[in-house]
Design a binder for this molecule. Structure first.
Ligand code: GTS
Length: 210
């Protein structure tokens, strides 16, 4: 029995970076898929701390908030940098990822038709900080921070992959980010996960927009 369970809607959404971390770290987990009908019954929502999914269980521990789940797993699996300074830089980078993810979610769920063109126009400005961060760490040849993979790498990789679907070619002007995506997605366990039906069969978002 795997110790981990992900309780979430049948989408990649805010769980795909958690799944990527688990898969790449050789962990197994159980999926408790919540259909729209089940969610609409209301009792599960009422039982969730913030009234939202994902919910994540690790043995007896129940967690909410995808970034907190990611950080919990990072602490458990040694993915939070080698020292305090690296952990601080990882927190900064993860907040940057979350800022752009929130903009993306707003576009997808609230403003897709009207906002997409402008969003894509402004995307280079949004992506540039990550190219800069990479360039400051071993010339961009390693991870987002330090010389070992961290929770932020999974979060950033997911963010970049979903933006490549929204705006194919959006990384073309960013050689370090492009190479970073190629490098990470070639990691054997991650590559296998990304090619598996567990990933490919799930829509990115809950409303069919991507
Ligand atoms: N900050 C939360 C996190 O990171 O976990 C946001 C969670 C969230 O927005 N959940 C949405 C939800 O539960 C689903 S999704 O946007 O992640 O796909 N929506 C249903 C509801 O009733 O609010």
């Amino acid at each position: 029995m795997p110790p981990y369970t992900i309780v979430y809607f049948p989408v990649r959404g805010r769980c795909e970076y958690i799944r990527m971390l688990l898969a790449d770290q050789g962990q197994t987990w159980k999926e408790d898929v919540v259909t729209r009908d089940r969610w609409m019954q209301g009792d599960l929502k009422a039982s969730c701390l913030f009234g939202q999914l994902p919910k994540f269980t690790d043995g007896d521990v129940t967690l909410y908030q995808s970034n907190a789940i990611l950080r919990h797993l990072a602490r458990k699996h040694g993915l939070y940098g080698k020292n305090e300074m690296e952990a601080t830089l990882l927190d900064m980078a993860n907040d940057g990822v979350e800022d752009l993810r929130l903009k993306y979610v707003k576009l997808i769920y609230q403003n897709y038709e009207e906002g997409k063109e402008q969003y894509i126009k402004e995307l280079p400005t949004q992506l540039k900080p990550f190219e800069t961060l990479l360039s400051q760490n071993q010339g961009g040849k390693a991870f987002i921070v330090g010389d070992q993979i961290s929770f932020v790498d999974y979060n950033l990789l997911d963010l970049l992959l979903i933006h490549q679907v929204l705006a194919p070619g959006c990384l073309d002007a960013f050689p370090l980010l492009s190479a970073y995506v190629a490098r990470l997605t070639a990691r054997p366990k991650l590559k296998a996960f990304l090619a598996s039906p567990q990933h490919t069969d799930l829509p990115i978002n809950g409303n069919g927009k991507q």
